[in-house]
Design a protein around this ligand. Structure first.
Ligand SMILES: *Cc1c(COP(=O)(O)O)cnc(C)c1O
Length: 392
């Protein structure tokens, strides 16, 4: 069956080059920048109402997702996660309003990586791919292994040795090949590129193909409809490769193009760890791209240990366009809020989610948050999978 996808083509935001969406394209061959999907949008498309949506999962957004045939959709029920309005912890740090938490930990495989991989694997399967590979800080590997398993395809996953065992465990459980690599996700990517010269597998590294972004953008659609189209004034996003940050903003712009929202009030905020903060550094220097962060410190927030994001320019443009900012927090600030949030709210958030909490607290005390603002953060994954490293 036809999905009704409105996908029209791919474009490079850097050079404006256009690419066919009916064949496999990874990134712009002219300028080595990410490609983004474009859809046929108009103001006749009806704005949905949360109470009447079936909430069966992210593929309810299939008109705005890239897959043309429904039999190619590889889904484990990802997406349509809850937004919670939490006042306890927020009150404790002196926020004027409850904090909005988009709880992505309820996704299959324990993180929002499920959204991206569901979209990327589905579209690649539609275009004939039978072998996938990715470097990962943990969650992307778990998600790829799961979707590749369901699709009946092969997956090869490369992860840093310091990744908690739970991640390589579920990758192996799903029968994907896992390679443990000395160093960071960047080193994992380098080794993968070497191996992949022989394999010719489809590389689903963050933003090196256009469709993980599409999966993650559904967080933006959901937030909007869940909040009855009154978007938050600021969204704190734990930024590694930046897919979700770019994706949420892309969703807001698409909804604006359809007339679902007028002005976008949301400031997008990139949160990183002090020990690996290439985007924060670039932002502070007013640069439009980042430099490779040499020797990133160990952090329990694995997903933020990304020395150089392939989509760094897009991340920085998003911060600028949305009038947001970039901020880093220390390991101890992050761990402190992970604990106090657990004590007050009963949620064991991922260290990356906790980094947002620490950033909110810091921004509040720096006077960067207005009392009247609706503040949201993306709680990107389950804390449990990190327990081993958190213990140490
Ligand atoms: C991957 C990951 C991030 C970073 O997400 P990007 O969209 O790549 O910036 C944050 N938190 C968790 C739990 C992750 O797995």
């Amino acid at each position: 069956m036809n999905t009704g996808s409105r996908l029209s083509h791919l474009t490079c935001l850097s050079c404006g080059g256009e690419y066919d969406a009916h064949i496999l394209n990874n990134y712009c061959q002219q300028c080595s920048q990410p490609l983004v999907a474009r859809y046929n949008l108009n103001n006749q498309i009806k704005r949905p109402v949360w109470s009447t949506m079936s909430r069966s999962g992210m593929w309810e957004w299939k008109e705005f997702l890239p897959v043309f045939r429904s039999e190619n959709i590889i889904s484990l029920g990802e997406g349509m996660t809850e937004v919670r309005s939490l006042s306890g912890w927020a009150k404790g740090i002196g926020l004027g309003r409850p904090l909005l938490m988009k709880d992505e930990s309820t996704n299959p495989t324990g993180s929002f990586k499920a959204r991206g991989m569901s979209a990327a694997v589905s579209k690649a399967v539609e275009l004939g791919v039978r072998h996938f590979c990715t470097p990962t800080a943990g969650n992307a590997g778990s998600a790829l292994a799961a979707y590749a398993a369901l699709a009946g395809t092969k997956a090869s996953v490369f992860m840093p040795k310091q990744t908690p065992k739970m991640f390589s465990f579920d990758v192996s459980l799903m029968d994907a090949d896992v390679y443990m690599v000395e160093g960071t996700i960047r080193d994992a990517g380098l080794l993968m590129a070497e191996k992949n010269k022989e394999w010719g597998a489809w590389d689903v590294s963050t933003l090196k193909e256009p469709y993980r972004l599409e999966g993650k953008k559904t967080m933006g659609y959901e937030l909007a409809v869940q909040l009855n189209f009154k978007l938050p004034d600021v969204i704190f996003y734990p930024t590694g490769g930046g897919t979700g940050l770019i994706g949420i903003w892309k969703a807001f712009k698409e909804m604006q193009a359809m007339g679902w929202i007028d002005e976008i009030p949301t400031r997008m905020v990139a949160v990183q760890m002090e020990g690996c903060a290439p985007i924060v550094k670039a932002w502070q220097q007013g640069s439009d791209s980042s430099e490779v962060w040499n020797e990133p410190a160990e952090t329990a927030a694995n997903g933020l240990r990304v020395p150089k994001a392939f989509g760094d320019k897009l991340i920085l443009t998003t911060l600028q366009e949305s009038k947001g900012f970039a901020i880093s927090v220390s390991e101890s600030e992050m761990l402190t809020e992970l604990k106090s949030f657990a004590i007050v709210e009963g949620h064991f958030v991922s260290p990356e989610g906790a980094a947002c909490l620490a950033a909110i607290k810091k921004s509040k005390s720096d006077g960067d948050l207005d009392d009247s603002w609706d503040i949201a953060f993306i709680q990107t994954g389950k804390g449990y999978k990190y327990a081993e490293n958190l213990w140490a």
